[in-house]
Design a protein around this ligand. Structure first.
Ligand code: AMP
Length: 557
């Protein structure tokens, strides 16, 4: 049985070294020693993901629950915690500090008591996630309180960070994948493939240890990473690339992956969260109109207004977020399903079949009313026409897909090209905020944005967005971010990275003031993308590519 202390020591070491390769080596050396049950949770712990998305479990712990548990476990006051937070800006260090000061009785029991194991910490997290109903807040606090009362300062540091799923040790998904590959001598591609198929790093690690990685495949009821589209450079160039293309509207909606298992239907969002309860009409449509015993379907949910045009994207997100009184909102914002792909059918994965065959199968099982129309053609004229129709109908543009391509989970490549008219926006993580002034003093008025450094999972700031926000929007956002406040310093707040803003801007400039080295000029909030997860935020590489592309444009002008 591996102690949680050794996990915490690993985290400390990983946090202290700056080289990515060294980090990966340390993690690999640690993973190789674990037994299977520990190996099924530790890789997720390292990334700060406690439960895989197929499990339906969420921690539901924000900074306020964490601080309350710490205060109760260590007998200190909320004021003490706030002042330590102001000094360190890090919930992990606060937890370590608070545990260090713990009243002697608790500390003695730690010295004499049993050491926490990785599995025990996981069991407590399970109890936190299972807490439901009226007393859930209290149950969550009690379980965390127990852990803090048993923990040494170093353990507390990482229990706190795990509880709010923000590890800050500079190892992201890619780093853990590489560590698994090194630990068990598997190719990085095989590990990545297995992860994209199952979305469960623990399962991938255990399978790598057993040497059964290649047996992993698509699993019903486990969300698989969605295939993504690359931006095409206009219709003629895209068709030159693809030859004959499968042409579809690019719908203005939100992605859904639907798992039909007999009469049971589960729907996952683009972030691979289970959103079934929020989308009852899609559940009914699938039950009534898909003739298959089991299937995994890929498509877009679109909110269609009275004028038969798509409603604003924010309206759809309201539906995805709503957990109670769903039926009422469904009347105001009715959703329609447009299916464009098939991943699994009657017990078998079909991802290795070409798109044209998957489409043919989809047509045999789905009622035409649920299908996204598709035209096979190599004609730019036809593509132009479909593109126009889509835009005239209020949708986003055109998708051009390679009919011979396999379904590539988690991949953004040339086999799906999107054509759309607007300048590319950036999807950035909100990492901080500032209180407004005067009339807006009780509202968070501007937001600090970060882009992703994929190798480390770190967020590098690219400036602030403040414009494009009405008082009504600000007050909604303030409510949303209140639960994510990590630390407050004067007018400025640090926020738990959990929300993505899609931001438009005039230009990207170089800037020594921000850790990314770049800043957005005149940024404007386009949408709160809570359909996207933090890993899907735009990367520093993309910011640099857009910066270079715009320089090219400017210099040729
Ligand atoms: P983007 O979000 O700009 O990367 O564009 C890709 C997204 O377009 C997908 O994730 C889908 O949600 C959406 N989409 C709309 N229509 C289609 C379609 N016909 N095929 C694939 N994706 C589509």
């Amino acid at each position: 049985m591996t102690s949680f202390l050794s996990f915490a020591e690993l985290c400390k070491k990983v946090e202290c070294v700056s080289s990515t390769l060294e980090k990966i080596d340390l993690v690999a050396d640690f993973l190789v020693k674990l037994d299977e049950s520990e190996l099924s949770v530790a890789p997720g712990f390292i990334m700060g993901t406690i439960f895989s998305s197929g499990s339906d479990l969420v921690m539901g712990v924000g900074p306020s629950i964490l601080y309350e548990a710490l205060a109760r476990a260590c007998g200190c006051s909320p004021e003490q915690i706030s002042s330590m937070l102001r000094a360190t800006g890090d919930p992990g260090l606060v937890a370590a500090g608070v545990v260090q000061m713990r009243k002697p009785l608790g500390f003695a029991s730690f010295i004499g008591g049993e050491q926490l194991s990785i599995s025990e910490v996981y069991q407590r997290f399970l109890a936190v996630a299972h807490a439901s109903g009226k007393r859930s807040h209290d149950t969550k606090i009690k379980n965390l309180q127990f852990l803090f009362s048993q923990a040494s300062p170093l353990e507390a540091q990482y229990i706190a960070r795990l509880a709010i799923e923000d590890m800050r040790i500079g190892v992201g998904e890619g780093g853990v994948r590489d560590a698994i590959s090194k630990a068990f001598a598997m190719s990085a591609e095989d590990v990545e493939r297995a992860y994209n198929l199952t979305n469960d790093m623990g399962l991938v690690a255990v399978s790598a240890k057993r040497g059964t990685l290649s047996n992993l495949s698509v699993m019903l009821n486990h969300p698989i990473k969605m295939m993504l589209a690359q931006l095409g450079e206009g219709i003629p160039a895209a068709l030159q690339e693809l030859g004959t293309a499968a042409m579809e509207w690019k719908f203005d909606g939100a992605r859904v992956q639907i798992h039909k298992d007999g009469q049971k239907v589960r729907i996952f969002s683009r972030r691979l969260e289970n959103v079934t309860a929020s989308l009852p009409e899609i559940v009914s449509a699938v039950k009534a109109n898909i003739r298959a015993n089991s299937a995994i379907l890929d498509g877009e949910a679109v909110a269609i207004g009275h004028d038969e045009r798509p409603m604003a994207f924010q309206e759809i997100l309201k539906r995805f977020r709503r957990k109670y009184n769903v039926e009422k909102l469904a009347v105001q914002i009715p959703l329609r399903l447009f299916l464009f792909d098939l991943i699994y059918l009657d017990g078998k994965s079909v991802i290795d079949q070409p798109l044209k065959d998957r489409r043919a199968l989809l047509e045999t099982i789905a009622d035409p009313s649920l299908l996204a129309k598709q035209v096979l053609s190599n004609s730019p004229k036809v593509a132009e026409q479909i593109y126009r129709q889509a835009l005239d109908a209020g949708h986003e543009g055109l998708m051009l897909k390679n009919p011979s391509s396999v379904y590539a989970p988690g991949k953004r490549g040339k086999n799906w090209l999107k054509i759309k008219p607007v300048m590319e926006t950036l999807d950035l993580v909100v990492i901080g905020a500032k209180w407004g002034e005067g009339r807006r003093a009780s509202l968070l008025g501007s937001y600090r944005l970060g882009c992703l450094e994929p190798e480390t999972g770190m967020l590098l700031d690219v400036g602030w967005v403040a414009t494009g926000l009405t008082d009504e929007v600000l007050s909604d956002l303030t409510e949303m971010f209140k639960g994510l406040i990590v630390v407050e310093k004067g007018m400025e707040l640090e926020l738990k990275p959990a929300v993505i803003f899609e931001v438009a801007y005039e230009e990207i400039q170089k800037s020594p003031n921000y850790s990314s080295g770049y800043a957005l000029r005149f940024p404007r909030l386009v949408a709160v993308r809570d359909d996207k997860s933090i890993e899907e935020a735009d990367t520093i590489e993309r910011v640099i590519a857009l910066y270079k592309a715009q320089r090219g444009r400017n210099s040729s002008a």
